[in-house]
Design a binder for this molecule. Structure first.
Ligand code: G1P
Length: 298
């Protein structure tokens, strides 16, 4: 029987320079979509998929992230006293169990592969694990990682979330070289990190959800610098294929927002706000009034 996936690594060491000056003092992962930090969406998705241990790869200046997961007894007591039960529930839902979280520092910004490698001692050598990039927020009926766990139960090996992107955007992603497809499952024969448009083997991109065989960590032990002069996770997964172990992509159902970019973050904000019953009416009315003005301006 395949070993269950219970650990997830969250690489959160990035500087978030695209959101300066905000990220001078606020970690990017604490920035909020409506009223929940980006990281909370990632945690909720992981929990829904059965993850019980959460490993954060952080860097200097990410202290607010650690504080965020602390219990807040004074705040809880105040909300309880004033009968604000809904807020209390929302607050408690963000609490993490003692011992369920580990923080590892990435001391040098050497790429995503290096960030994952920094967590190697927390993963047993026969233990598959998940990686979630909190910048990629995915709205889905069945959370994306759960869709992947279900598919992984059949395939084993390693699995990445996959989505078609416009060809001219290929150089922003890891791109899959497709062997064959069955339903929404893609058998992969190669992966290239951030290829030039002319060299992209397909328009199927890796999105920030991974289920990885423990061997990927061994591959990272011997990793060479890849695209952008960084140690790339994509290369360590591609090595699995070379070594004859299966790698699949899952064309997940759901809408992905690139919250690492301002435009994606704003799109996610609008979409999540419209999905909130308490905001829907007022916010939709605002959009209805605003959109015609846009058309006039055009
Ligand atoms: C990372 C990965 C890339 C993947 C992307 C998804 O790139 O290296 O393979 O396609 O996330 O968001 P980054 O966006 O961190 O440059």
């Amino acid at each position: 029987m395949k070993r269950r996936v219970t650990k997830a690594i969250f690489p959160v060491a990035g500087l978030g320079t695209r959101f300066l000056p905000a990220t001078k003092s606020v970690p990017k992962e604490i920035m909020t979509l409506v009223d929940r930090p980006l990281i909370q969406y990632a945690i909720d998705e992981a929990r829904a998929a059965g993850i019980t241990e959460f490993i954060f790869v952080t860097s200097r200046g990410k202290g607010a992230l650690e504080d965020y997961f602390d219990h807040a007894p004074q705040l809880e007591a105040a909300l309880l006293k004033s009968g604000k039960t809904q807020l209390l529930e929302a607050l408690r839902a963000s609490n993490m169990e003692s011992g369920a979280i580990a923080y590892i520092r990435q001391h040098k910004a050497m790429g995503l592969g290096h960030a994952v490698w920094c967590a190697r001692r927390l993963i047993a050598n026969d233990e598959p694990f998940a990686v979630i990039l909190p910048d990629d927020v995915i709205a889905a009926d069945t959370p994306c990682l759960q869709q992947m766990i279900e598919a992984y139960e059949e395939t084993g090996g390693s699995m990445v979330a996959a989505m078609e992107v416009p060809r001219e955007k290929a150089s922003s992603y890891g791109i899959l070289d497709v062997n064959s497809e069955r339903g929404n499952l893609v058998s992969v024969r190669g992966m290239v990190e951030k290829p030039k448009m002319s060299e992209a083997p397909s328009n199927l991109a890796v999105i920030g959800r991974y289920i990885l065989a423990p061997d990927v960590l061994n591959n990272l032990n011997n990793a060479q610098l890849g695209a952008g002069g960084e140690i790339q996770l994509t290369d360590a997964i591609a090595k699995e294929i070379e070594d004859g172990r299966p790698v699949h992509g899952l064309r997940f159902s759901g809408q992905r927002f690139d919250c690492g970019s301002k435009a994606g973050f704003l799109q996610a904000t609008v979409s999540f706000a419209l999905a909130r019953p308490e905001l829907q009416d007022e916010f939709a009315a605002f959009l209805r009034d605003t959109v015609p003005l846009l058309r006039v301006a055009e």
